[in-house]
Design a protein around this ligand. Structure first.
Ligand SMILES: Cc1cc2nc3c(=O)[nH]c(=O)nc-3n(C[C@H](O)[C@H](O)[C@H](O)COP(=O)(O)OP(=O)(O)OC[C@H]3O[C@@H](n4cnc5c(N)ncnc54)[C@H](O)[C@@H]3O)c2cc1C
Length: 360
């Protein structure tokens, strides 16, 4: 597969900041699909080859280890496709699943709003049924990949009750959708605001029943949180760090250096094992799958911070020069404890569901 990755590809390009990056991702994913590596565990009827879920985990690890030149396509594979299989109409499955399985679909996740992040159920973007359309008004924020997406998986309020939430799979080229990039300081990840002004969305874009999107969302979020193999990239970053340190004549036998590297390696190993536990719970559809995902996410954030700390401590501040592995590590660790649910919120879940502590 390496030969289909552009020669100058870097980890920054996985966020697809330029049209060339978007095209590179499409080319790469089409090739992954052609070789049966994009959706291996999906049913044959939807473009998979019914491989075990664990084979998909191994492939995901290899892709993450290599810098994952998949852009946003992991979303279609990891949670949007499974959500469609669970709740989509035959027509919706036919419309979306083959495109995902062929490596052609680009999705964005329209969940967060200025007033609804951790408290996602507070979302206010409204969809009002009008004949055979929904009319959507509101704003999403921090939307990754919106610049390249052909569809957005959009959470909307369709009833005033707290959980009166529905899911619309909205084509991004409908009139009334405006995407604005949010400039960020210090890290490259491309995020956006997405505005919806009287957007007429065909009613057949509704996934599942109206006002009953919340339970599906909870399943989706558990899937989203286990499908990524950051531990593999962390292990390879640590190998590179040790090699760089040896080249720079850092005394690798120094007890402090050994302790820092040992702690980072232990955190990566723990994160790997907890990822497998969470994946196993998800594949068995076990009742504690969401909790297992929260435990994993906390460990993963600690791992990412441990790697950054190791770069800084072992190689010094120059290890964080722009474009270096250490620099990527700062980006990954900064976002890893926020995106897909913050560490504090994951800890709350663990406190409630594992330790039986009261809410709040
Ligand atoms: C790189 C990146 C990419 C993202 N991509 C997307 C995307 O594609 N689509 C999308 O929809 N969203 C995306 N997000 C948004 C992300 O899901 C939210 O940032 C996250 O859910 C937190 O919400 P918030 O930013 O509103 O923070 P808030 O919820 O306002 O939280 C602010 C702080 O308060 C803490 N806090 C909040 N509630 C509690 C509580 N009950 N107990 C203890 N502490 C609490 C939080 O831990 C945090 O430290 C992305 C974020 C990042 C960083």
């Amino acid at each position: 597969m390496q030969e289909t990755v552009p020669a100058d590809w870097t980890l920054y390009d996985r966020d697809m900041p330029t049209p060339d990056d978007v095209e590179a991702v499409r080319t790469y994913c089409r090739e992954l699909a052609r070789r049966g590596l994009l959706t291996p565990s999906w049913p044959t009827e939807f473009g998979g080859r019914e491989a075990s879920s664990w084979e998909q985990v191994v492939i995901s690890e290899e892709l993450w280890g290599a810098g994952e030149p998949r852009g946003s396509q992991y979303m279609g594979v990891t949670w949007i496709g499974p959500a469609l299989m669970l709740a989509g109409t035959p027509e919706q499955k036919e419309r979306h699943l083959p495109r995902i399985a062929r490596g052609e679909a680009m999705w964005a996740q329209g969940f967060s709003e200025p007033g609804a992040g951790s408290d996602l159920a507070a979302l206010q973007t409204a969809a009002r049924r009008d004949g055979d359309h929904y009319v959507v008004n509101g704003q999403k924020i921090w939307t990754s990949y919106a610049q390249a997406a052909d569809h957005i998986f959009l959470l909307v309020r369709t009833a005033p009750e707290r959980y009166g939430i529905s899911i619309l799979m909205v084509p991004m080229d409908l009139p009334g959708i405006e995407v604005r990039e949010i400039p960020t300081l210090g890290f490259s990840h491309v995020v956006h605001e997405v505005f919806f002004s009287d957007v007429h969305v065909p009613a057949d874009c509704l996934l599942g029943a109206e006002n009953e999107g919340w339970s599906l969302i909870r399943t989706i979020l558990a899937n989203e949180r286990v499908g990524i193999a950051r531990h593999e990239r962390a292990d390879r970053s640590l190998d590179e760090l040790v090699a760089e340190a040896a080249d720079a004549d850092v005394p690798l036998g120094d007890p402090h250096v050994q302790e820092v590297l040992g702690r980072a390696a232990a955190a990566a190993a723990a994160s790997r094992v907890l990822n497998y536990v969470a994946a196993d719970a998800a594949y068995r559809d076990s009742a504690d799958r969401a909790t297992a995902a929260s435990v994993y996410r906390v460990a993963m954030g600690q791992m990412e911070h441990g790697i950054t700390h190791a770069y800084l401590d072992v190689l010094g501040p120059e290890a964080l020069d722009a474009g270096s592995r250490g620099d990527y590590s700062v980006i990954f660790s900064t976002t890893s404890t926020i995106a897909s649910g913050t560490t504090e919120v994951q800890l709350n879940n663990v406190a409630r569901n594992v330790l039986g502590l009261p809410k709040g």
